[in-house]
Design a binder for this molecule. Structure first.
Ligand code: PXP
Length: 244
């Protein structure tokens, strides 16, 4: 059954709005873990617009569950991952102008670099996930380059307006899941998931991890991080089908 990693980037976004020291993502991570989160995700962007190096090092020490470092394949960031050694890295494309990660990683175009980064992460014992759209060629390239997992990009599902469009996106995610499992990949999902749209994705069997950030942090502003995390876990548990 799928479990929840809470992406706490936007706790740091609030801090950076005043370049001060609060709220501290380390405290937020502890609250998520107390609510039962399976892991904590942070994206160390090259522009350091929210999470910074200190956060990553502090979270490496404090997170008791699983630390998932989202990152681009840019050399300075890869070097930091080698030093910090998080439990997992999720490789994403990064464009300096974007509001959030927009597309999936192009594992076909950047196959050679991906293979190198995967090998370097594996030497440190770090599990590697690639954030990709549910296209067969991307899934095949992830498997061929040695990734352990993929994170299926749920952004197109989250943006789908009509019932027909939603069904089409769920079918694409299911087809991606099927092919990925055939390739021996672990399948995660994330991006744009909210309390209102999690049900259909949580119902997809075989997804084992959701990475959810903005919606949880938004609710946390009103109800607190622990309660917001608890509410999302409750929804995932309600809709997910058990495989055991
Ligand atoms: N997964 C990946 C790979 C992402 O880049 C992001 C955004 O940082 C998320 C999940 C979380 O997306 P959201 O904040 O929309 O829940």
């Amino acid at each position: 059954m799928a479990v929840l990693n809470v992406n706490i980037d936007h706790v740091a976004t609030v801090r950076q709005a005043r370049r001060t020291d609060e709220p501290d993502p380390v405290w937020a991570a502890a609250e998520c873990e107390l609510a039962g989160a399976n892991g904590i995700t942070v994206h160390l962007r090259q522009d350091r617009r929210h999470i910074n190096d200190r956060d990553v090092w502090a979270l490496k020490e404090s997170v008791a569950s699983k630390l998932n470092l989202e990152m681009s394949m840019a050399e300075p960031i890869v070097k930091i991952a080698e030093q910090v050694v998080p439990d997992q890295v999720t490789l994403v494309p990064e464009n300096r102008q974007e509001l959030t990660t927009e597309g999936g990683l192009d594992c076909v175009k950047f196959e050679a670099r991906l293979r190198t980064v995967v090998n370097r992460m594996h030497k440190k014992g770090i599990l590697v996930s690639a954030f990709i759209t549910p296209e067969l060629e991307q899934i095949a390239a992830s498997a061929e380059t040695g990734c352990d997992a993929i994170e299926l990009h749920t952004g197109a599902y989250a943006n789908a307006k009509s019932e027909r469009a939603v069904k089409k996106q769920i079918a694409a995610l299911e087809a991606g899941r099927d092919f990925a499992l055939e390739q021996g990949l672990i399948v995660h999902a994330g991006h744009g998931l909210t309390y209102r749209n999690i049900a259909a994705v949580a119902r997809i069997e075989g997804l084992c991890e959701f990475n959810i950030g903005h919606s949880i942090v938004s609710r946390a502003v009103l109800v607190g991080m622990r309660e917001a995390t608890r509410q999302m876990i409750e929804l995932i548990d309600k809709y997910a089908k058990r495989l055991d």
